[in-house]
Design a protein around this ligand. Structure first.
Ligand code: HEM
Length: 428
């Protein structure tokens, strides 16, 4: 049996520990060098990194020879600091009763019918963002990464928690800005925990103590959100928000509604997982389309053919419908390609080998962690933004090289200094 290819041990640990927020670059570099399956040693842990789609598919399938692979607790250690130091839906092993219970309870919130019901809200939020950007005019330099985060905050606020953050009504300083920056600082700290499992023991360093304060601020914000949800009383029968499903949950052991302490990790993970992932995906896609005029032309003609594009003869196109989302193949392909090039969940998913196994022709010892990548797309907001504007990278970004240099990991892959763009209204 061939030995798994692997970079020198010291090179990876040094790379990740010194520049945790750059770890995706190391992993990408190694994937190019060593292929779709290679091993690294992360502190004491042996890790196999997978990017070969066939092997990733095998590993993530719940049926078949690898169906026993489960989430590796160590791989979610950094995420759990966001969720009050306790496991959440994201980090519970999928074979555990806790995961099954929460997952079963919140799944109806993600059923097609409920998602479909949320579309008018997405359309209205994206419409508000379009109006706010139009008001700024084409000369203005706009951080489209932040603007996309605001759009996602309004969507997750409403669909997740029935709360209107008003983040897209105007793009100025307000409750939304404070929520986003509190989350962002929490994510920066979570990334540091992901990169350095020793961090909890280094409490005497000022940077660690500042990080602790940032996490506490995030936790306080989630406590306030849960208190707001509680103050509304028991959710109505027709309340399909994710929060309503969480509040209806009962402890399987006692049959009682869940306590605040049980709910807080789940509320925080929905808030954190739902927001940055979507916002950065929208931003990266806008950036890539802005760099490829031929791709932009095809997106534009697709939107035009669907009657969604703002043109001289059609300044107020029809409202986007749920069916449109499945009928914009070129835009969807652009989003998928942007997710391939800029996978926001670049810290990947982590699975643990419960027993020795063969993977991609290599022997994987028991206890080895396996990382992989996944994707999702948000078509509606992009369709509406691209129907109304042509986006141009602002000179302040320093071109493509500047954007590349600014990439960083804070749990999600993002442009560290935002994505400064001009929004040129259509028809342009
Ligand atoms: C572009 C958008 C998104 C991307 C790329 C993304 C990525 C991922 C990935 C890779 C996982 C698997 C983690 C693992 O198994 O280790 C995951 C799980 C999860 N995501 Fe997302 N996500 C996105 C949007 C969202 C949104 C909008 C929400 C909430 C409304 C959300 C909530 C969750 C939750 C709760 C889990 C855990 C699911 C479970 O284990 O049952 N994500 N996401």
């Amino acid at each position: 049996m061939d030995k798994l290819p692997h970079p020198p041990v010291s090179s990876f640990v040094r790379g990740v520990a010194k520049c945790g927020r750059d770890s995706h670059r190391k992993l990408t570099q190694y994937a190019a060098q060593y292929g779709g399956i290679y091993s690294i040693r992360f502190y004491h842990q042996k890790v196999v990194v997978l990017s070969d789609p066939t092997i990733v598919h095998q590993v993530l399938a719940r049926e078949g020879p690898f169906g026993l692979l489960d989430k590796a607790a160590a791989g979610y250690f950094g995420i759990d600091v966001l969720t009050f130091g306790r496991p959440s839906l994201l980090s519970h092993p999928t074979h555990s009763d806790a995961w099954r219970h929460v997952r079963k309870s919140v799944s109806p919130a993600f059923a097609t019918r409920n998602i479909k019901n949320g579309l008018p809200h997405v359309v209205s939020v994206a419409g508000q963002l379009v109006s706010a950007l139009k008001a700024l005019g084409p000369e203005a330099v706009v951080d489209m990464d932040r603007a996309a985060q605001r759009e996602s905050l309004d969507v997750i606020g409403r669909v997740g928690f029935g709360k209107d953050y008003g983040a897209t009504r105007c793009l100025g300083g307000d409750e939304a800005e404070s929520a986003l920056s509190t989350l962002q600082k929490g994510m920066v700290e979570a990334q540091k925990y992901l990169s350095s499992p020793l961090r909890p023991y280094l409490w005497f360093f000022p940077d660690v103590r500042k990080g602790r304060r940032d996490l506490n601020a995030f936790h306080s914000m989630i406590r306030v959100l849960l208190a707001e949800l509680r103050a509304r009383g028991p959710p109505a029968d027709d309340d399909t928000t994710i929060a309503a499903h969480l509040l209806r949950m009962r402890d399987p052991a006692t049959g009682l509604p869940l306590s605040d302490e049980q709910l807080l990790p789940e509320v925080s993970i929905i808030f954190a997982a739902g927001l940055e992932t979507t916002g950065h995906t929208i931003a990266w896609t806008l950036y890539l389309i802005s760099q490829h005029p031929e791709a932009e032309a095809r997106v534009v003609s697709e939107l035009d053919a669907a009657g969604l594009l703002v043109t001289g003869s059609c300044p107020h196109p029809r409202t986007l419908t749920f069916d449109d989302l499945g009928n914009l193949p070129y835009l969807s392909a652009c989003i998928k390609e942007s997710m391939r090039m800029y996978p926001v969940a670049a810290s990947g998913t982590s699975r643990e080998a419960p027993a020795p196994m063969l993977l991609g022709g290599y022997h994987i010892p028991k206890g080895t962690q396996l990382w992989s990548l996944a994707r999702m797309n948000y078509t509606a907001a992009l369709a509406l933004l691209l129907s109304s504007f042509s986006f141009r990278l602002a000179a302040e970004m320093g071109g493509e090289a500047g954007v590349r240099a600014s990439e960083c990991m804070s749990v999600t892959l993002q442009p560290s200094k935002g994505l400064l763009m001009h929004c040129i209204p259509r028809p342009c």
